[in-house]
Each structure stands twice: as structure tokens, then as C-alpha cells.
Design a protein around this ligand. Sequence first.
Ligand SMILES: [Zn+2]
Length: 397
Amino acid sequence: MRALATVRFMVAPEEGTLSKLLETIECYMNALRLVVGCAIDTRETKLSRVSKALYYLIKDRFGLMGYLSITAIKEGVEIAKSWLNNPSRGRRPVLRKRHLTLYHRYSYTLDLENFAASISTVYGRIRVRLLHNKSYVSRFRNWSAKAAKLIVRGDMLYLHVVFERGIKEKASKVYYGLDINFKEVVLANHVEAIRFKIAFDRAYHYYRLANELQRKYSRIWRFNKRILNRIRYFYRRARNIIEHTTSLVSTLIVKYLVDREASCVMENLRDLKLNCMDKSAYLNAKLNLMAYRKLQIKIEYKLQWHGFRVTYVNPRNTSRICPMCGSRMKKRGGRIIECLRCVFKADRDVIASLNLLKKMGGVWFCPDSPADVGMKPRPKAGKSTRREINTHHSTPA
Ligand SMILES: [Zn+2]
């Protein structure tokens, strides 16, 4: 099993080399624009054909050394391909984010012992220092470096490096289903339900403010600097809240799981269709979807460092069907829902989590189910806390 880690280093070029680095980035971006433009104009996305047509042109016109030209062609073809394959594509892609894609040993090398990197440019190799907490950098000494990106942000340069390491996969002893709503993330199985508080309702507040402005000034918001800045500010706030919260919560969840040698089951969001009845519910769902996906990615990313894999299942009907007997459930005020057939009653997030678990491992828990093998409920360990699910463990009628 491979674990990946992406690390962002702030870099400081040596005296007088900054302009050379920036010039290389500019050349690379121009090459990329040329490739994307050509590929889209000709509808040609086969890498070998595009390379054949453009390689020497790019090398001569932009002065990029061999491997940087190849990288520009590869990346450009990928961008063109994804745009052409997008059925709801809008305008042609505009490449604004200034960067330089690099491959370890081909176009850059890392020297973590001396906290430095050397990057190939149109003027040959240039050495930069890595400005990052030294103990943090040392952590990646026995990882192998993969692709990297040199990114310009404001007047700072950053090097984003992907590290990889082979990790021995471990078998999970327990599984938890993971469900998310605006106020909390719920991690539940048949023994316990743990709730992690989150503040997405605040993110949703900013998200809605931005949306209201866009609707109010539906014609001019794109062109009016002040309105545009305000809208950007609201979206940024919403995004920051989600980014920050998911980072914190994913760390807590991963720690909880790793301590118990457990893994978790999550919804495969590709199978989920947004059922947009009214505007506000739709916005709500859209933001929640974004946050959930962010959280999933972070949990998967952090859990693999410890050798555990997460599972994705189709979320269809997970909040509607009884995890015990499979019949439809009825709302009982608030977030509580109840099964009419077997009197199983729980919070809807817990129900969703249990159903996710059930989908992964087949039927468990239901005492008279023919498929009742493997995942038997485990006796609860330790003190009884409020973590316990308030369920009715009776047999179905
Ligand atoms: Zn039931």
C-alpha cells in the first residue's frame, strides 16, 4: 500500500536568481497555453501526436530544456482533454495560476539534509533554500519525492512536493460508518456513536450572503469591482471555515480510528444526485457535499499513513431504511426517526452511518437474518457514556 503526503515548502532563491525563476515560470505558462490552445483547436488529445507536432516548437520558442517541454505538453494535453470531455463545459480554459510542474531527478532534486532544492530553468539549474520548520522537513527524509509544483503566490514562491512511501497495510478490527450534517460529524457503529462538532452552519451563512448578492445584482456583479470583491470575500470566508474545520476534525477522527485499529465507511458521492426541491435546500446540500468530500479526502489521506484503507459505498436510501430490518422508517420529530416494524429508534445520522456499515459488510446485527455472519455486535467495553447509542436492541416483531 502506498501512502502519499503533499508538503508545501516556502522557498527562498539565492541572490539574483528570482527573476530567472519567474522568467522560467512565465515561459512554462506560455508553452502550456500554446499546447492547450492547439489541442483544443485540433481536437487532438493523443500525447504522442501532440508531442510530435509541438516538442521542437516549444523547445525553440520558449527555450525550455527537454524535460520541461515534455511536462508542458503532458500537462497541456490533460487540461485540454478534461475540458473537451466535460459535457457542460463553458468558455475555454484560462490558465491563470502561475506554476511550474517538475519531476524529481528530471527537472528538480531535493536535498533535505541541507534544506535545499535545485530546479531546472531556462538558465540551467538554480538552487533554492527551503524555508520550513526543520523538524518537519526531516520527517520526510525516508520518503521518496515524486512530482512537484513551483507556485507563485503574491510575491512568494512555494514548492509543493508529493512524497510517497510504501506502507504495510493493516487489517481493520472494527469499522465505523461516517455521516455528516451541518452541526456535527457522526462516527457510528453498532456499539457507539461519537459526535464531532463542526461549524458548517457558519460557512453556510457566508455562502448564502454571497449567493444573495449575486442574485440581487444578477447583471452587474461580474463587472463591478466593489460587489465582486464582496462576493469573493464571502466565498473565501465560507471556504476557509470548511478548510479549517475539516483539517481539524479529520485529524481527530483519524486519531480515534487508529487508536482502535479501525477504519471507516463513507458515502460514495459520485452516486449521489442532488435533489433540488427549493433553492435554499439546494444550496445547503451543495455546500454540505463540498464539505463532506473535503473531509473524506482528508480522512483517507491521513488514515493511509497508518496503513488503513477506507471504504466507499453507494449512499442510496441510507437515511430512509431501517438498518435492522430493512423496512421504511418514519420521522419522529427533530432528527429522530423510528422503524414502525421493529421499533428501532435513533438519530438520523446514526441511522445513515449504520446503513453505510451494513452496505459494506452485508447484513449484520439483525438477529434472525440469514446473512448474520461475521459482524456480530461486540460487548461494550468500559464505562457507559453518552457515546452509547440510544437504541432498542429488541428482536424484530
Ligand atoms: Zn426496523
